[in-house]
Design a protein around this ligand. Structure first.
Ligand code: NAD
Length: 338
């Protein structure tokens, strides 16, 4: 059995990662597209053999409700459009995958979760790393206390942005924020799965060195977390420097991934030796995991609550920055821990 997926938004992630990955998936396949660009309709129809009846635009999108070829709608639009299209997909009775960051506010995350609950459809966030073996190995180390208890974790997720200063990622109305919204979720998540806990306290700082280029969004953010089990964590995220790693120091050893959050192959080391897995498309693994969650009830590795939790942390980081780098408490309990 294979579920039909419709991609909404045919930008670079859909074009170069998701659609190619959907040629190799076992439990789902590319069945339809939703695009605002007329010219892409014929290109995609020819490349992937998509029938005319499975091609939608943003206006007629809601009629996807009547299309039995489509089981899942995957929202791959600029961040500020995630909530609208995820909610419309749920209301059309389709399961939803929503790209990261889940939305641009916690209130929007709540609205998506509620729409999916009401419609009785499943919701997954595009957190591909949770389906990927290096990340799963880190989660196993923590669960089985392979190196004891994590005492300190450092996580970096950053790249140097250049080129078009008018791109949507640098436009707050479309992105909701800069580096923190875009890459910050990876470093925040690293600290969480390397401790197995949600943070209880955060302080944060913002740095701006290229204000002419980053007119509207944060360029570089650092943050420090305290975890309930006693671990501390530091996070670096930026649109101004390349950095991609995870390092955890534990009571009985250490482990690290570098790179930790790109499309792979990832690489890892530990005080017990190298960490090594065969490389496979992370997007393929992620979409098959979500399809098998729907079809066979396997675990949802990246549920809506995880996306919402990360947005709560992002809002707390922005609050710390805007309120003089003060310490902001977090009351997350086990929200989104999978
Ligand atoms: P992109 O700029 O390449 O594509 C965006 C698409 O949205 C384009 O097809 C564009 O035509 C369409 N669009 C519709 N309305 C728009 C508007 N008002 N302004 C700009 N574009 C508009 O972006 P992308 O890299 O494909 O990112 C899309 C989403 O996927 C983002 O939420 C991003 O965070 C996420 N993403 C996730 C990963 C991951 O590893 N999980 C990787 C890349 C992107």
């Amino acid at each position: 059995e294979s579920l039909g997926i419709a991609l909404v938004g045919l930008g670079s992630y859909s074009t170069y990662q998701l659609a190619p990955a959907l040629q190799d998936t076992k439990f789902c396949h590319l069945a339809g597209i939703v695009t605002g660009t007329k010219a892409k309709e014929r290109i995609w129809a020819e490349r992937y053999g998509i029938p005319a009846g499975n091609i939608y635009n943003y206006q007629n999108f809601d009629t996807i409700a009547d299309n039995d070829d489509i089981d899942v709608v995957y929202v791959v639009l600029p961040n500020s459009m995630h909530a609208e299209f995820s909610i419309r997909a749920a209301q059309a009775g389709k399961h939803v995958i929503c790209e990261k960051p889940m939305a641009v506010t916690v209130a929007e995350c709540d609205a998506i979760i509620e729409a999916c609950r009401k419609a009785g459809v499943k919701l997954g966030i595009g957190y591909r790393l949770h389906s990927e073996p290096y990340t799963q190995e880190v989660k196993r180390f923590v669960r089985e206390k392979t190196f004891g208890k994590t005492a300190y974790v450092n996580a970096e997720a950053a790249y140097r942005s250049a080129g078009n200063p008018d791109q949507w990622r640098l436009n707050k109305a479309l992105s909701g924020g800069g580096a923190l919204m875009n890459m910050g979720v990876y470093s925040i998540q690293s600290t969480i799965y390397a401790t197995g806990e949600n943070p209880v306290k955060v302080t944060a700082q913002e740095f701006s060195t290229r204000p002419d280029y980053f007119k509207d969004t944060d360029e570089t953010v650092t943050a420090q977390f305290q975890f309930p089990g006693g671990a501390t964590g530091t996070v670096f995220t930026s649109h101004n420097a390349n950095a991609n790693s995870l390092y955890a120091s534990c009571t009985g050893g250490w482990f690290s991934l570098k790179p930790a959050n790109n499309y792979g192959p990832l690489a890892g080391e530990s005080s017990n030796g190298p960490i090594q897995f065969k490389h496979e498309s992370q997007q393929k693994l992620q979409m098959d995991d979500f399809a098998s969650h729907i079809l066979y009830g396997s675990v949802n590795r990246a549920p809506g609550e995880m996306g919402k939790r990360d947005m709560i942390i992002i809002e707390a980081i922005y609050r710390s920055i805007s309120e003089g780098n003060r310490s902001v408490p977090l009351e997350l309990g086990n929200m989104g821990l999978v």
